[in-house]
Design a binder for this molecule. Structure first.
Ligand SMILES: CC(C)(COP(=O)(O)OP(=O)(O)OC[C@H]1O[C@@H](n2cnc3c(N)ncnc32)[C@H](O)[C@@H]1OP(=O)(O)O)[C@@H](O)C(=O)NCCC(=O)NCCS
Length: 366
């Protein structure tokens, strides 16, 4: 008699239920950093769009930031913490290789014995985590998952380095992913390229540091090469993601790319031909580049704007948008590969006060 193995299957669709965020507690203006790199507030603003970045205090760890963000996301989701089956933490900056940040975060938010693992994909880490949570749930081995992107990059900064140090900030963003009646997370298109490994990363290994041959390893990059790669290659992947999801740039409510550099974000939006109805996240201006944390932090800020000042307009706008899509014979849209909350009404502020609120929240219209 042959034995038939039972393999689980899950729901057809998933969505993001809620976001949480924790930003470094110190606001660091450009002027605090320019001395050792012979730079200026004006140069940094013009070349990167960064006005301030947030950095965590000496005693605040990535684990604490990640726990705070995950806790907020779980509370907002309404899902009891003991129903979370997986905690995925994307990070490159935890100074301890093991145990994982995720196992400790899972314990602290009350999610034991959830699956818990860290993933290292740098700035793409949160997007990888959402793709994995989606797959775990649709594969039937988890019902709810928490995805956290967290970095304490200030521990990996050389204050005398002109290539990247002034870009970096600290923070954590988190999302709860779960089953959905309708598609809420678009298809993923992968885009890694290890042949460019020397362009951005750590400048030495821990064993070289142990052996006394190098100082404390820090992040370095070849800025202009990374810039070109980001603009020209990322846009191709983004176009394929839109195509795979069956949506067009004009259908998007919001565009929330990794917050690397404002010039990259703006050029990216131009290449994608985003219409001026699309809200573009500019969280980098006040948060800096927080690698794996940047997309959920920027989304959290946009969502805060959407649920606050413009809440009243939201329902009406959603109805109008759906009617427009129905008329065009298209199915209900996703808002992009990484963001699934409905930000459609974050687009228009109806009064000067709302405009000011949106500006404070880092929301910009094109
Ligand atoms: C780092 C970055 C801001 C530099 O901006 P850039 O416009 O490419 O600047 P360049 O390196 O071409 O240098 C231009 C000039 O500014 C100078 N410069 C470089 N870094 C400087 C700094 N920190 N402060 C002041 N001047 C600087 C250069 O010496 C050069 O001067 P020159 O014209 O007299 O020769 C930009 O390349 C970037 O953002 N790259 C990608 C970032 C990114 O996505 N990283 C991914 C990892 S998260």
């Amino acid at each position: 008699m042959s034995i038939s193995l039972t393999q689980p299957t899950g729901p057809a669709h998933t969505r993001i239920y809620a976001y949480g965020a924790a930003r470094g507690e110190n606001v660091v203006p450009n002027d605090d950093l320019v001395g050792p790199i012979d730079s200026s507030d004006e140069w940094i603003r013009q070349r990167t769009g960064i006005i301030t970045r947030v950095r965590a205090g000496h005693d605040t760890s990535a684990i604490e930031l990640g726990t705070d963000a995950a806790r907020e996301a779980v509370e907002r989701s309404g899902i009891p913490a003991d129903k979370i089956d997986a905690v995925i933490v994307a990070t490159i900056s935890n100074p301890k290789q093991t145990p994982s940040v995720s196992a400790i975060v899972a314990d602290r938010i009350g999610a034991n014995p959830a699956a818990a693992y860290d993933l290292n994909a740098a700035c793409a880490g949160f997007a990888y985590g959402v793709a994995q949570a989606d797959a775990l749930i649709r594969g039937g081995i988890a019902t709810y998952a928490v995805v956290v992107g967290v970095e304490k990059l200030s521990d990996l900064v050389d204050p005398t380095d002109r290539s990247i140090s002034f870009l970096l900030g600290d923070g954590a963003g988190a999302a709860v992913v779960g089953p959905s009646e309708t598609p809420g997370i678009g298809p993923t298109v992968w885009g890694s390229d290890g042949s460019k490994a020397e362009l951005v990363g750590m400048n030495a290994t821990l064993t070289e540091f142990r052996d006394g041959t190098v100082p404390w390893p820090t992040l370095r990059q070849e800025g202009p090469s990374v810039f070109r790669w980001a603009v020209w290659d990322m846009v191709k992947v983004a176009r394929r993601a839109l195509e795979a999801a069956g949506v067009e740039a004009a259908d998007l409510a919001a565009f929330i790319p990794h917050q690397a550099n404002l010039r990259i974000i703006d050029e990216f939006a131009k290449q994608l031909k985003l219409p001026d109805t699309v809200t573009i996240a500019h969280d980098i201006e006040t948060t800096g580049n927080t690698s794996a944390a940047s997309i959920p932090l920027a989304t959290h800020r946009l969502a805060a704007g959407a649920s606050g000042a413009v809440r009243r307009a939201r329902a009406a706008d959603r109805v109008r948008r759906r009617a427009r899509l129905r008329r065009a014979g298209r199915r209900a849209p996703l808002t992009g590969t990484h963001s699934t909350i409905d930000l459609s009404t974050a687009r228009r502020a109806s009064s000067p006060e709302e405009s000011r609120t949106r500006s404070r929240n880092g929301i910009h219209q094109r």
